[in-house]
Design a protein around this ligand. Structure first.
Ligand code: MRU
Length: 353
């Protein structure tokens, strides 16, 4: 297993604090709903699927915190926690998907649960099912995507769509982990991913741990590295995919997709069914998170912009479907036209979750 991002044991939720990587590898316990909200907001736990799994267990943390005596009190605490956690970050749809699953489970428990213990057991089983599901589908996704990588390839990725962004195996990096397990020999180029450096701090670290050949580059080097012929494939993750295939991912992904097009390099997205937004026809209405200006002017302690400068800090961008060669999912690699392939995939797979 590349890395176990979070754990749930004896009713305690713990995560790797990703803000400390790669300098320190440390687990922290999330003991209150505020702890969970803050961990998501501050990117201690991040990456679309991992946020969803963490929020599902976060609902249990919120119930435990109020020590409910009746099933009604438990249900109220769970609903309030789910509503609260939904306000932590706006772009990754997996957060809302996981919370909706917990809410759906709760509405069943409203009729069947006789005690706070019944509610707890029902919610815990659902959160564990979400967690298990994520582990399984990342492996399925890796199996489907591994064939995209050939011996001798250079593969570029942006941000971190690895074990750290999921329960343990990743989406874009699952493709690489599986190709590596299959004995394919290839080289990964990891964009550092300004401003929070998920590529440098997390992807480079994770692949190095897994003994995969990885080279770190600054975001603005990608065009030159492509021009030098070092990249044969780009694979990134996604935070939300519209029904026409437009895909939101970490800021800078759209630029990488444009560069790939200009160099005739295939550009793939890897994402599970929980990343598709069945209510969004195109990417135009995907909410884009805006983050604190200090991430740009005071990144990692050093001041790198003038005092009182205006800053714009969108954390995600949307890559239009025309730039995407295919979408690797747990059900196979979806090819254009995406409106049809996504529809077919979701009608087969979203029923099985
Ligand atoms: O802001 P982050 O670090 O949560 O952004 C993460 C990404 O953009 C990932 O590429 C995406 O969530 C896919 S993770 C499998």
């Amino acid at each position: 297993v590349p890395v176990k991002t979070l754990d749930w044991s004896d009713g305690v939720l713990s995560i790797i604090d990703q803000t400390l990587l790669p300098i320190e590898f440390k687990h922290i316990d999330l003991k209150s709903r505020e702890d969970v909200w803050t961990a998501i907001k501050e990117l201690k736990v991040r990456g679309a699927p991992a946020i969803g799994v963490c929020a599902a267990f976060g609902v249990l943390v919120g119930v435990h915190e109020v020590n409910p005596q009746t099933s009604a009190e438990s249900i109220t605490a769970a609903c309030e926690t789910a509503d609260y956690l939904a306000t932590s970050r706006p772009t990754a749809v997996n957060l809302f998907w996981a919370l909706d699953r917990m809410r759906h489970c709760l509405s069943g428990l409203e009729d069947s649960a006789n005690s706070s213990d019944d509610v707890w057991k029902g919610l815990e089983a659902e959160a564990i099912a979400i967690w298990d599901h994520d582990r399984k589908i990342c492996r399925d996704l890796g199996k489907h995507g591994a064939a995209l990588i050939s011996d001798g390839d250079g593969v570029l990725t942006h941000c971190n769509a690895g074990g750290l962004a999921t329960s343990d195996y990743g989406t874009a990096l699952a493709v690489m982990y599986k190709a590596h397990e299959n004995g394919t020999s290839f080289q990964v180029f990891a964009d550092e991913t300004r401003p929070l450096l998920q590529g440098a701090r997390l992807t480079a670290w994770e692949l190095q741990q897994a003994k995969i050949d990885v080279t770190l580059i600054c975001d603005n080097m990608a065009a030159q590295v492509m021009r030098e012929g070092k990249i044969q494939l780009v694979v990134t993750g996604a935070d939300r995919i519209a029904l026409n295939g437009d895909a939101a991912n970490k800021i800078g992904t759209y630029g990488v997709a444009l560069l790939a097009k200009a160099h005739d390099i295939p550009f793939y997205i890897a994402a599970p069914s929980s990343t598709f937004d069945t209510e969004m026809a195109t990417g135009d209405s995907i909410p884009i998170e805006n983050r604190d200006s200090r991430e740009i002017t005071h990144g990692f302690g050093a001041q790198t912009g003038p005092d009182d400068i205006q800053v714009y800090n969108p954390a995600f961008d949307v890559t239009p479907n025309s730039l995407i060669s295919g979408i690797v999912t747990e059900g196979g690699v979806l090819m254009p036209p995406f409106t049809e392939s996504i529809h077919q995939f979701l009608s087969e797979y979203s029923l099985h979750v």
